[in-house]
Design a protein around this ligand. Structure first.
Ligand code: ZN
Ligand code: ZN
Ligand code: ZN
Length: 134
C-alpha cells in the first residue's frame, strides 16, 4: 500500500514524539489537534504495520486496550512499564528466552514466540504515591 506512505510517516512521527505508550485513539486525537486530516482507521492500520515491522512496540494494557510506542531497541526485547506514569524501560530477559524455548520444545511446539511485559510502579511513582498515602 505505497499510496498510504505519508499517513504511515505521519503516524510514526507522532509516535516518536510521544513519551511512553499511547492508544490509537489518543494518537489520532493528537494528530487531529495538530491539523492532520488522517482518519482513525488509518491510524489503527498504520500502527499495526509499524508493530508488524518492529518499528513500534505494541502491548495490551491491563485494561485490555492496545497500546503503541516507537521502539528504541531493535530486535526482540521486553518492557518494564509503570502503570501510573507510563515510563517504559526496555529490558533483555535472557532467562525468559531460555525458558520459553525449553517449554515450547518440551511440548513439541516449533516457531514459538512470546510477549512478556512487566507492569508495576516506577521508583518515582512509588515514592510519590507512598508519600501521599502516608
Ligand atoms: Zn521496545
Ligand atoms: Zn511511574
Ligand atoms: Zn523474550
Amino acid at each position: 500500500m505505497k499510496r498510504n506512505t505519508w499517513q504511515r510517516e505521519a503516524v510514526r512521527e507522532a509516535l516518536d514524539e510521544t513519551e511512553g505508550f499511547i492508544s490509537a485513539q489518543a494518537l489520532h486525537s493528537s494528530l487531529h489537534a495538530s491539523g492532520s486530516p488522517i482518519g482513525l482507521a488509518t491510524v489503527y492500520r498504520a500502527l499495526g504495520d509499524l508493530a508488524a515491522t518492529g518499528e513500534a512496540d505494541s502491548l495490551q494494557s491491563p485494561e485490555g486496550e492496545a497500546l503503541y510506542r516507537a521502539c528504541t531497541t531493535t530486535g526482540h526485547h521486553h518492557h518494564l512499564i509503570c502503570r501510573n506514569c507510563g515510563l517504559t524501560v526496555e529490558i533483555a530477559a535472557d532467562e525468559v528466552e531460555v525458558w520459553a524455548k525449553r517449554v515450547a520444545a518440551d511440548h513439541g511446539f516449533t516457531g514459538a514466540a512470546h510477549v512478556v511485559d512487566v507492569f508495576g510502579l516506577c521508583a518515582n511513582c512509588t515514592r510519590l504515591l507512598t508519600a501521599n498515602a502516608g
